[in-house]
Design a protein around this ligand. Structure first.
Ligand SMILES: O=P(O)(O)O[C@H]1O[C@H](CO)[C@@H](O)[C@H]1O
Ligand SMILES: Nc1nc2[nH]cnc2c(=O)[nH]1
Length: 319
């Protein structure tokens, strides 16, 4: 459902969130959920479906089908769809292009769970809460996280509609002291000081390049460095110029903290960015970044993403 704002633009109305349940403080004034509470969420989900997913997929902006059937999540078979509102103590999606449900089912033979809608810092959720679904996935038995996102292309060789296999990220929000792992560490998830030099699985990246070649996607497939800013505003020219200097290829508002959370609990990670817009690094350019364009490019690439990611799921399940 969407409503019009005062400028006539379609926006998704914010949903009421469930009351936050205090369990532990992360030392930053944020309340966090304990391991046991996350287990309760996972156990609730396990009573709702017989699917036992091994791969978890996060559908990026516009990649979870908001307009018509045909996205990856829509083609999951034996699907059980569980709206976020129905999951106790789960956040809810407030962004246009993010459906707000978990889809359990199979892609080919592989049991998967897809998030049709992720949570962003700019929605008002602390980073640990944006990443809560990752820990729930872990407790469901998921071994591999496939995090997709829509991102602005900063590398001048990138074109709108390109797919970027994420080789690495720069955790800019972490530089500023904001990290999903802040607060008491629960060793049942992972160590206090997790390494991050193998964040994006090397084997998966090799497979992704091979599959792209087989699907004749050579001309649109890229590899690069992603960074996440807090959003919700898009970047200034000066900010983009700075990011370019430090080696960033694509800019978004998600993924980095999800990947950190997944690696902390020893999930293998694959990251894929759909380049939905060109980052504007020149004051003379008239155009402005906008979310409509992001969603439109997601729609344009829907069929291709469905095919590519389905193939990757099949290949990754064999590793
Ligand atoms: O990262 P995803 O959710 O794919 O979406 C990206 O696109 C939206 C902006 O258009 C932001 O939410 C940004 O993070
Ligand atoms: N921060 C940021 N997020 C995006 N998501 C899609 N495009 C962009 C972009 O240009 N910048």
């Amino acid at each position: 459902m969407s409503v019009q704002n005062m400028n006539g633009t379609k926006v998704k109305p914010a949903k009421e969130t469930l009351p936050e349940v205090e369990v532990e403080s992360n030392g930053n004034g944020h309340k966090m959920y304990s391991y046991e509470m996350l287990e309760e969420i996972a156990n609730f989900l396990l009573t709702k479906t017989n699917i036992r997913p091994i791969i978890g997929i996060i559908c990026g902006s516009g990649m979870g089908s908001y307009w018509k059937d045909g996205s990856l999540a829509d083609t999951i078979t034996d699907a059980e769809r569980i709206p976020y509102e129905e999951i106790p103590n789960f956040p809810t999606s407030t962004v246009e292009g993010h459906h707000g449900q978990l889809v359990f089912g199979r892609l080919g033979e592989v049991p998967v769970v897809a998030m049709q809608g992720r949570f962003h810092y700019y929605e008002g959720y602390p980073l640990w809460k944006c990443c809560l679904p990752i820990r729930v996935m872990k407790l469901l038995g998921v071994k591999t996280l496939m995090a997709t996102n829509a991102a602005g292309g900063l590398n001048p060789s990138y074109k709108i509609g390109d797919l970027m296999i994420v080789t690495d990220h720069i955790n800019l929000m972490g530089f500023a002291g904001n990290n999903p792992l802040q607060g008491p560490n629960d060793e049942r998830f992972g160590p206090r000081f997790p390494p991050m030099n193998k964040a994006y699985n090397y084997e998966y990246r090799k497979i992704a390049k091979k599959v792209a070649k087989e699907l004749k996607l050579d001309n649109i497939i890229r590899e690069g460095i992603y960074t996440c800013l807090g959003g919700p505003n898009f970047e200034t020219v000066a900010e983009l110029r700075m990011l370019k200097m430090v080696g960033v290829d694509a800019v978004g508002m998600s993924t980095v903290h999800e990947v950190i959370t997944a690696r902390h609990c020893d999930m293998k990670v694959f990251g894929l960015s759909l380049i939905t817009n060109e980052c504007i690094t020149n004051y003379e350019v008239e155009a402005e970044a906008n979310h409509e364009e992001v969603l439109d490019v997601g729609k344009m690439r829907q069929d291709l993403l469905r095919e590519y990611i389905s193939r990757l799921v099949h290949e990754f399940s064999k590793v």
